[in-house]
Design a protein around this ligand. Structure first.
Ligand code: SF4
Length: 450
């Protein structure tokens, strides 16, 4: 589904947000702590460190005290402790545990050419050579091991291409199935056969997401000028067969990218998902890049999505299908002219990407988030070294201090806060972290108001 990768043409032609002075993040110097190089998946160690830092900085802050209690609770779920520790890390200015998510972008090639795709649309030309490359299997395998060592809870295998085209895709999935981590694979569904279905059917903790953007063969083919509408029926058969054969550990999702061509299919999409028996549906608005300008929604179309979505949610709830809760946020903040929906968001709330995620592109370069913001190289450093390194620490602090005007030049020559932040793919965990901080009573500390 091409979630957050490769967009040089779209982003680089636009000027960066002017910030000539590139102010350093405004953490007082006394609170920049030495870098920790030990294991990042030891929650007891992290909780003890959090207490030590909290005693120095915020003794008696009730919100911090409550978070410390969750972080130290050996009976609490590991993910709840990790969540508390990531929020404490943001408040205290130090990553106390590793990232929750490690994205692997393993392949740039695709066997489709969806017209809204910023990487493979037939309306785009002059692709850079790295786009078609795949991540070497050995590198991917090492990164999976390192992600697990860092305590990651989720590895999405998602990038600019079709994952099944990776020359060792089956080996990657077999490896992921042996690891104590949840993984997600995104696919256009075109190249599936019985062997692929069997490969995923017994996955102990995984999700497969089919990118369709249509409820009918005609709409599906309208997005894919070189594909026959009948292929849609074959993908439906694949989804049905996968659901019929899967064990308890596998969830199946459909992703629909909404735009002018499929705007009237929100309800049919949900009925279709229910009929197929999938577990989850994710709606998202099409990114209005150079290729997709003609697909821009107008105001009545946005209103139509809102209306259909209300009924879609009702039907989905009755059928036990989970609709991701991102779409209402996108609709609420959407600027119909530009298609952007996070403009100004980070004047209001901090960016927590530096505590939540790592993304590794197929060429080994490590990005700060789903945008193209390169801060390291997995060919020369381990993920643990990268996570604890000075560059990452500085970027992490600058991202947190965005509402205070902070920004930072990155080693790749770009800036951390740039126009990609107006179309941020990671708004969900950032908004969730903000709500959590408010609930916990520590939001004022994140904004530097002690
Ligand atoms: S706000 Fe900017 S730096 Fe942070 S996750 Fe979004 S795009 Fe990346």
């Amino acid at each position: 589904m091409n979630k957050g990768s490769g967009a040089e043409e779209t982003w680089r032609v636009r000027p960066p947000i002017p910030n000539p002075e590139s102010p350093a993040p405004s953490f007082p110097r006394a609170f920049v702590f030495p870098v920790y190089n030990g294991p990042m998946n030891d929650l007891d160690r992290a909780a003890a460190r959090a207490r030590q830092l909290a005693d120095q900085r915020f003794p008696g802050e009730p919100g911090v005290r409550d978070l410390l209690a969750v972080a130290a609770d050996a009976d609490a779920a590991r993910s709840d402790r990790g969540t508390a520790l990531r929020l404490l890390g943001a408040v205290l200015g130090e990553a106390l545990v590793g990232p929750r998510i490690v994205h692997l972008d393993v392949i740039g090639a695709c066997n489709s050419n969806c017209i809204y795709c910023r990487d493979h649309s037939p309306y785009l030309h002059d692709r850079e050579p790295w786009r078609a490359m795949e991540m070497p299997f050995d590198l991917a395998a090492r990164l999976i091991d390192e992600a697990v060592e860092l305590g990651a809870e989720l590895i999405p295998v998602v990038g600019a291409g079709e994952n099944l085209l990776h020359s060792r895709f089956a080996d990657l999935v077999k490896l992921l199935k042996t690891k104590p981590v949840r993984f997600e694979v995104f696919t256009n569904g075109l190249d599936w056969d019985d062997e692929t279905i069997a490969l995923f059917a017994d996955a102990p903790n995984a999700l497969v997401a089919f990118s369709l953007s249509a409820a009918t063969p005609a709409t599906w083919a309208a997005f894919r000028p070189e594909a026959a509408p009948e292929l849609f029926t074959r993908i439906e058969q694949t989804i049905r067969a996968l659901i019929a054969r899967r064990g308890a550990g596998l969830r199946v999702a459909i992703v629909h990218v909404l735009n002018k061509l499929n705007v009237r299919e929100v309800l049919p999409m949900i009925r279709h998902a229910i009929a197929l028996g999938v577990d989850e549906v994710e709606f998202k608005l099409t990114e209005i890049n150079d290729a997709a300008r003609s697909l821009k929604l107008d105001a009545p179309e946005v209103e139509s999505i809102r209306r259909e979505l209300r009924e879609a949610r009702r039907l989905a709830a009755l059928a036990g299908v989970d609709i991701h809760d991102n779409i209402e946020f996108q609709l609420e903040r959407l600027d119909p002219e530009t298609g952007l929906y996070t403009v100004g968001l980070y004047d209001e709330i901090p960016c927590h990407a530096g505590f939540e995620m790592i993304r590794v592109r197929r060429d080994g370069r490590i990005s700060f988030c789903c945008g193209l913001k390169f801060v390291g190289d997995a060919r020369t450093t381990t993920l643990a070294e990268h996570w604890s390194g000075a560059e990452m620490q500085a970027a992490r602090n600058a991202a947190l201090a965005m509402p205070r005007g902070a920004n930072r030049w990155l080693p790749d020559g770009g800036m951390l806060r740039d126009p990609q932040c107006d179309y941020c793919y990671n708004y969900l965990f950032n908004v969730q972290a903000w709500h959590r901080a408010r609930q916990a009573g520590v939001a004022h500390l994140l904004l530097g108001k002690t």
